[in-house]
Design a binder for this molecule. Structure first.
Ligand code: BGC
Length: 731
């Protein structure tokens, strides 16, 4: 039957191709090169048809598949795109049918959605993913998301977010890959590969969207949607790299940013959009505005009305209007008034069509109907989600090797996060369901329940001042040998428009720790959050601490694996944990300062509580010295560096080696350390592994100026791995 279906589909396709050829309709002819098809189609379009291709509306949030007639009335058949909130292929297909059959030229719509860390199989938030330092695994997880999304009618995800973010107060810090430009570049590229694969027309892949181009992470005071002060030098040093690499990796689309970049909002910024992205980097896909961002140009003070906002955004290089109703209302007039050249409209439409052709939407506009069981939560997908959750968890502290819990037979599991499911999903959890989540408590019961007596108390709520549940928690703790205390943030405390003034947990949670400390029982603190936390007080009260982030549906299995010792923790921080919020901005790759012995805080330490890449293991790793193929080199030479790491403990483990460089003297002052390469390998107990860094001198020792021009200067460079350092002299 299946073969018959495939056979008939092929025949149909062949017939369509033959008839397209017979009619000489190049854009319908799948055997023609995409560029020829694009040119042909644009040449046939009216201005009104072109403009509608450049707009995106929404579909599905409150729409009912049984009420399709009403839905179709709201959506012009010529519309370019919708954000598809539903997950029903049938609703998509009915809307798509209108585009294919009721519009004059039969141009398919592209269905976009925020598939940020999984579609139904929700895996850890991006900030956590980066702590795994396992880019191959991140690629696999994104491929899972792509499969579930595409099979549900989504062609395009608004992900990855590669905004370097160093202020944990900003809620969107959870959506990116942390504070380092290189890490954001590597994970961004991995995620693009996972979403798009080698061929976006595959029925299990989607188009990616690099966002939010660029500098959104610099939001002042960690508040969302506000001004960002970014000098040209910092723009290039810190924020551009992940976008440049993402474009090189073939990201089909980009989303422009909300923020105002030193006076010119990203949505109206022709320097970043036209001069750099399109002219210098030769990106040939399209840019979508962020939601309502064109309208916002008015409140940002650069446009007097929606028409002027549209003019500014469009001419700057934003091709698709997401929920602004600016292009659909005003672009035709702007062209007729001579303010927007037709050639610019044609170029914009071509970019949108190119992506649609690459997605194969003209040949396969419809989504096959499958059951949820056929597309969601497949066993192989759950395995990937679990492994990523396990590898993302960071062991911050483990006094007296209290973890793993191998000896205890009586364990108290306490805290508002212990039986919680919803909050472990994190923000932007797409079609994730709390019923799919294994809670920490349930995970522990499944893993340890046969050998260990587990007792539970909630202890307190996430916030507020109700201490009435403390007594029960103390009594449960008193009857056990160790306390697993599960604290953290609700999912709505991070993500978009979720800024906080402090990284500390609410007082009620800290008070619960103080209360339990009085029992004298060892405390293992499990922290679930979408941002780095202020832990200086809790660190003193606990024996072990694990940052588990928001691990997704496989939370319980992952946490239980780490606590039981089935899994050796291998996560390392992708963002600095400040000693206290007042240290912000604090990040490892700060520029060098004039007086290293002074300029310290009088009231708190000046160093963070946990540095970037901090993360413990249940085994011990010993690092040898760095060996270089040469220590005196000239431009054009090859340089490779090796370091051997031995696992001298008793447990197999995965270790990530991070390679940093330091350029002490340069025309433009460089940061104290810059990450240039990393690699994770399994090292069995008693064995050693060699890690290698093949240096590309221009890329790794060079630097950019405020125009993005790359320089390589002669002089001394240091390559650093942990406390090992080697000097390389470049002639
Ligand atoms: C967010 C984007 C998101 C878009 C569509 C905006 O508010 O800033 O990240 O992709 O909405 O949902």
């Amino acid at each position: 039957m299946r073969n018959f279906k495939v056979f008939s589909a092929c025949i149909l396709l062949a017939l369509t191709a033959i008839s397209a050829k017979a009619d000489n309709v190049i854009y319908k002819d799948a055997s023609q090169p995409i560029e020829k098809r694009v040119e042909d189609l644009v040449a046939r379009m009216t201005l009104e048809e072109k403009v509608l291709q450049l707009n995106q509306y929404t579909l599905g949030r409150n729409d009912n598949v049984n009420n399709v007639a009403e839905i179709l009335k709201k959506l012009p058949a010529e519309l370019g795109s919708v954000i598809y909130f539903n997950s029903d292929p049938d609703l998509r297909n009915q809307v798509q049918r209108q585009a294919m059959e009721k519009s004059r030229l039969g141009i398919p719509m592209i269905f976009g959605y925020d598939v940020i860390h999984g579609y139904r199989t929700v895996y850890p938030i991006s900030l956590a993913q980066a702590c795994s330092w396992n880019s191959g695994l991140v690629e696999q997880a994104c491929a899972v998301a792509a499969q579930e999304a595409r099979m549900s009618g989504v062609d395009w995800t608004f992900s990855p977010m590669v905004d370097v973010a160093r202020d944990g107060r900003w809620g969107r810090v959870s959506e990116g890959y942390g504070e380092d430009p290189y890490a954001n570049a590597v994970f961004g590229v991995a995620s693009i590969k996972g979403y798009q694969g080698n061929d976006m027309s595959d029925s299990q892949r989607v188009a990616a969207c690099l966002k939010h181009y660029v500098g959104y992470g610099a939001s002042e005071g960690g508040r969302d949607y506000v001004y960002t002060e970014i000098s040209p030098q910092t723009l290039w040093d810190t924020y551009m790299l992940p976008y440049e690499e993402g474009v090189k990796a073939g990201a089909a689309t980009l989303m422009s940013c909300f923020n105002d970049i030193s006076g010119t909002p990203g949505t109206a910024n022709s320097y970043i959009l036209r001069e750099i992205l399109k002219n210098r980097w030769k990106h040939d896909g399209f840019v979508v505005s962020d939601w309502g961002a064109i309208q916002q140009l008015r409140s940002q003070g650069v446009a007097k009305d929606l028409k002027e906002a549209g003019l500014k955004a469009f001419t700057a290089g934003v091709e698709m209007d997401m929920m602004n109703n600016s292009y659909d209302k005003h672009l035709v007039d702007l062209v007729n008034e001579g303010k927007v050249p037709m050639a610019m409209v044609d170029d914009a439409v071509k970019r949108v069509l190119r992506v649609k052709f690459r997605l194969g939407l003209f040949e396969k506009p419809y989504t096959s109907t499958t059951t949820e069981k056929e597309r969601f939560l497949l066993p192989a997908n759950l395995k990937i989600a679990q492994q990523l959750a396990e590898e993302s968890i960071v062991l911050l502290k483990n006094d007296n090797n209290i973890l793993p819990l191998t000896k205890q037979s009586n364990v108290a599991v306490i805290g508002p996060m212990a039986k919680d499911k919803l909050n472990l999903l994190g923000s932007w959890s797409a079609h994730g369901k709390q019923d799919d989540v294994t809670s920490i408590y349930d995970g522990l019961v499944a893993e340890l329940g046969k050998k260990v007596k587990l007792s539970y108390a909630e202890g307190c709520e996430f916030d507020g001042d109700n201490t009435s549940k403390f007594a029960e928690a103390v009594s449960v703790a008193n009857k056990s040998e160790v306390i697993i205390l599960c604290l953290g943030e609700k999912k709505g405390w991070s993500g978009e428009n979720a800024s906080r003034s402090t990284l500390a947990l609410p007082k009620i949670q800290e008070d619960l720790v103080l209360e339990l400390k009085k029992t004298g029982k060892p405390i293992v603190l499990l922290l679930s959050s979408g941002r780095p936390l202020e832990l200086n007080r809790l660190e003193k009260l606990s024996d072990a601490m694990l940052e588990i982030w928001q691990p997704g549906i496989m939370s319980g299995q992952a946490v239980a694996g780490i606590l039981s010792g089935r899994v050796n923790p291998s996560g390392k921080l992708s963002i600095t944990f400040p000693y206290s919020t007042g240290q912000i901005p604090i990040y490892y790759n700060m520029r060098q300062s004039g007086r290293t012995h002074q300029g310290k805080y009088q009231d708190i330490p000046t160093t963070p509580l946990y540095e970037f890449t901090h993360g413990l293991s249940y085994t011990n790793y010993e690092y040898g010295d760095i060996k270089a193929s040469a220590t005196k080199i000239k431009r054009g030479d090859k340089l490779s560096l090796d370091i051997t790491v031995s696992n001298s403990g008793k447990m197999d483990g995965k270790e990530t080696v991070h390679w940093f460089i330091y350029d002490p003297v340069s025309t433009i002052s460089r940061p104290v350390k810059e990450l240039k390469h990393f690699e994770k390998q399994l090292i069995k107990a008693g064995e050693s592994k060699t890690f290698r860094f093949e240096v590309d001198l221009e890329r790794d020792f060079g630097f950019v100026d405020g125009t993005g021009k790359r320089f390589l200067e002669s002089g001394d460079y240091y390559v650093i791995v942990k406390d090992k350092k080697i000097k390389i002299e470049l002639d």
